[in-house]
Design a protein around this ligand. Structure first.
Ligand code: CP
Ligand code: NVA
Length: 310
């Protein structure tokens, strides 16, 4: 039996933590698995993850992440256990490290949605099974993998394209910036000066030769873009009464979309706040890819799960 305080040997477990941790080839492999699952490949019986169990820790609410991971695991022959802080000993002070050690004795992988990325990293440090980032305050890599899959199936590779973000420079924006370095597209972020993306993320992407432009003018950011992306003005845990007034000029509406290429797509990770960060006309319009984005969480996460576990 292992000594209680033993840390797992690093480097042997396939965690899915953030896009910047991966080389382009591995991300391509995961996306290709996702495209393949959507086409119905590898769907034979028994499922490739037969007998495997994924524990999912939710410290914030979720619809898509929970249902897509649960459905994906079940379609692959596996099962899931849903855990929250309040119904586990995490809520009574058991450490993340000890929780990681214990869960690793029962389950085959752990997904966590939490606030502080330090919790994700502590979990991955002490778990002996793969850990998947289901969103932190700083990133949302599963979402951006689904978004890239969605762009690829409608328009082909993102390489050489222009992606424009208009709104809060939040966790989803950070994963998009990281992706720009790995997929070779120009990333433009338009946001108020107080809501800019983490400078460390921008600097990292630029150090990888990515073109990342942060500006305050949404029309300039969207000009000639192939893809326009936004997200809620108020992310979970970021409640602040001043945000709507600051972010109103960044609303994605038909006037803003008119600056993009005529064949530009619109994406939003959802949930959307119609009439705030996006209008009904854009959400429900011909350029919107939001429902495919939501669907592709299922397919790309099946790719992530099999990459982690097989
Ligand atoms: N986009 C996304 O992660 O949605 P949920 O918060 O519903 O999981
Ligand atoms: N930026 C949003 C994404 C929700 C899926 C949030 O963190 O609340």
């Amino acid at each position: 039996m292992k000594p209680a305080a033993e840390k797992p040997r690093m480097g042997r477990v396939r965690h899915f933590l953030d896009i910047d941790r991966f080389d382009a080839g591995t991300l391509r492999r995961i996306l290709d698995l996702g495209h393949g699952y959507k086409r119905g490949e590898r769907s034979g019986e028994p499922g490739p993850l037969s007998g495997r169990v994924l524990a999912m820790i939710f410290e914030k609410p979720s619809t898509r992440t929970r249902v897509s991971f649960e459905t994906g695991m079940k379609q692959l022959g596996g099962d899931v256990i849903i855990l929250t802080r309040s119904d586990t000993q995490l809520g009574r002070g058991e450490t993340i490290a000890d929780t990681a050690r214990v869960l690793s004795r029962y389950v085959d992988a752990i997904m966590i949605r939490t606030d502080d990325p330090a919790k994700l990293h502590e979990l991955s440090e002490y778990a002996t099974v793969p850990v998947i980032n289901g969103l932190t305050d700083r990133s949302h890599p599963c979402q951006v993998m689904a978004d890239i899959m969605t762009f690829e199936e409608r328009r082909g590779p993102l390489t050489g394209r222009i992606v424009a973000w208009s709104g809060d420079g939040n966790n989803v924006a950070a994963s998009w910036i990281q992706a720009s370095a790995r997929f070779g597209f120009e990333m433009r972020v338009a946001c108020p000066s107080t809501l800019r993306p983490d400078p460390a993320v921008v600097e990292w992407a630029r150090s990888q030769s990515a073109t990342v432009v942060v500006m305050d003018d949404p029309a300039a950011a969207v000009a000639g873009a192939d893809l326009v992306v936004t997200d809620t003005w108020t992310s979970m845990g970021c409640e602040d009464a001043g945000r709507p007034a600051m972010l109103r000029p960044y609303q994605v509406n038909e006037a803003l979309m008119a600056h993009a290429r005529p064949d530009a797509l619109f994406m939003h990770c959802l949930p959307a706040h119609r009439g705030e960060e996006v209008t009904d006309a854009v959400m429900d319009g011909p350029q919107s890819a939001v429902w495919d984005e939501a669907e592709n969480r299922l397919h790309v996460q099946k790719g992530i799960l099999t990459w982690c576990l097989l």
